[in-house]
Design a binder for this molecule. Sequence first.
Ligand SMILES: *[C@@H]1O[C@H](CO)[C@@H](O)[C@H](O)[C@H]1NC(C)=O
Ligand SMILES: *[C@@H]1O[C@H](CO)[C@@H](O)[C@H](O)[C@H]1NC(C)=O
Ligand SMILES: *[C@@H]1O[C@H](CO)[C@@H](O)[C@H](O)[C@H]1NC(C)=O
Ligand SMILES: *[C@@H]1O[C@H](CO)[C@@H](O)[C@H](O)[C@H]1NC(C)=O
Ligand SMILES: *[C@@H]1O[C@H](CO)[C@@H](O)[C@H](O)[C@H]1NC(C)=O
Ligand SMILES: *[C@@H]1O[C@H](CO)[C@@H](O)[C@H](O)[C@H]1NC(C)=O
Length: 182
Amino acid sequence: MHSSKLYFTLAFLFVSAMFSNAAYNITTPGTGVVWNATEAVQVLWTGTDEPEVDVNLLYGPADNLTLFAVLCSNVSSSLGECNYTVDPSIPSGINYAVSVGKLPEAYSYSSYFTIQTANPLPANTGCLNNGGYNCTQTLPCCSASGYCGATDAYCGTGCAPQFSFNGVCSVPPPPAPPSSKF
Ligand SMILES: *[C@@H]1O[C@H](CO)[C@@H](O)[C@H](O)[C@H]1NC(C)=O
Ligand SMILES: *[C@@H]1O[C@H](CO)[C@@H](O)[C@H](O)[C@H]1NC(C)=O
Ligand SMILES: *[C@@H]1O[C@H](CO)[C@@H](O)[C@H](O)[C@H]1NC(C)=O
Ligand SMILES: *[C@@H]1O[C@H](CO)[C@@H](O)[C@H](O)[C@H]1NC(C)=O
Ligand SMILES: *[C@@H]1O[C@H](CO)[C@@H](O)[C@H](O)[C@H]1NC(C)=O
Ligand SMILES: *[C@@H]1O[C@H](CO)[C@@H](O)[C@H](O)[C@H]1NC(C)=O
């Protein structure tokens, strides 16, 4: 679950914030959702790019999302739902996300959401809706609405430098062109 492919897919989701090129549109869970211990919850999505999909629970920073549990295995994508009863042994956290898809390159990702079980939730000292983490190099700017990204929409008005990479809100330069001897 640590491939750069996964990272860039997730990065795209957060950058686009529109899910436009993602195979599935995960409508819940997402920002602001809290899953409580032993509660019956649902993952809902639209999109039928593959006949069957797996629904995974992930945690960790966007550049190193780690599989926590498979919530539903090989369900029909057109069903658009995965029912799950929240395991009370999951540690409380604000850095959970779900993925929907069969082939990893087709995975789509939710925004970060919260799981609340017995232990207290950690304080959020990062960019507001970024799982408690500050923004990192690839998506350096913490936007006014608390998401990390690399465009003017994130780095411009309202960007929070204190939660942005290197403490500054600046759109990263495009990659340098290959150098030439002539
Ligand atoms: C995804 O779902 C959201 C909320 O239902 C909707 O606003 C958005 O347009 C959808 N995006 C796509 C690409 O289907
Ligand atoms: C979990 O509990 C909180 C606080 O009681 C509540 O706001 C939230 O809606 C619950 N989550 C779900 C999925 O019902
Ligand atoms: C990625 O996360 C896993 C599990 O949390 C951790 O063991 C590993 O050290 C992390 N890798 C990096 C490069 O941070
Ligand atoms: C998933 O389900 C389909 C249709 O029900 C089946 O043909 C396929 O073998 C299943 N794949 C796995 C990995 O279980
Ligand atoms: C999921 O739960 C809902 C509401 O409890 C129920 O109506 C639905 O049939 C369930 N879906 C599956 C696939 O079990
Ligand atoms: C985010 O950066 C601020 C300083 O700007 C720091 O106080 C805070 O601890 C950082 N949060 C995390 C999760 O690293």
